[in-house]
Design a protein. Structure first.
Length: 190
């Protein structure tokens, strides 16, 4: 069997990343009941006028102001995560790829930076700053309950740059956002 060139490996990694971004966008659409014009993968992999890996359009953006960076890599492990915490690549991906790139997008909307990550045969996880929950989450449950009640399965790590980061299952993270909180908008579907 012939060895693959660096170019072939790069194309395979890009396809894998694109596929993961599309999968995350689909999970969001299914959770909120919106169409593919409302949540989708950023064209040109973030090289578009819009930074980040996914685009969330109005009206969903009003209730779900999230800036996404997605990583589907085999290079991380839970064991290394617990040993190194602050220096670990997941925290660095959040700080560099999500927090530092996050800026107002459509209509100047401030967004909550998150890193969505995955590895083969594992569930999808998200990292976000706990302080952002009070600022961005639209579900009343986010302001009432403690982090332990909201996310029975979660990991907290302390960073100098971002304070307490929470690592939790992605599907549970989506529950922080209540798209039916304002009755003047009857439907999110375009």
């Amino acid at each position: 069997m012939a060895e693959r060139s660096k170019e072939e490996i790069g194309r395979g990694s890009k396809r894998k990343g694109n596929s993961f971004e599309n999968r995350v966008a689909k999970l969001i659409r299914e959770h909120f009941g919106v169409d593919a014009k409302t949540v989708y993968r950023t064209p040109l992999s973030g090289g578009h006028y819009e930074r980040g890996d996914l685009i969330v359009k109005p009206p969903l953006l009003r209730w779900f102001p999230v800036f996404f960076e997605c990583r589907d890599r085999m290079s991380w492990s839970w064991q290394a995560f617990f040993k190194k915490q602050d220096n670990y690549e997941l925290a660095q991906w959040y700080l560099i790829d999500a927090k530092d790139k996050c800026h107002p997008g459509d209509g100047g909307v401030e967004r909550m930076p998150v890193l969505v990550f995955h590895k083969n045969h594992e569930q999808i996880w998200v990292i976000f700053a706990w302080e952002d929950v009070a600022k961005f989450a639209t579900s009343s449950v986010a302001t009432i309950h403690s982090i332990n009640k909201l996310f029975p399965l979660h990991i907290q790590l302390m960073t100098e740059e971002a304070g307490v980061l929470v690592c939790a299952p992605f599907i549970k993270f989506l529950e922080l956002f209540d798209i039916h909180g304002d009755s003047d908008e009857s439907s999110l579907a375009a």
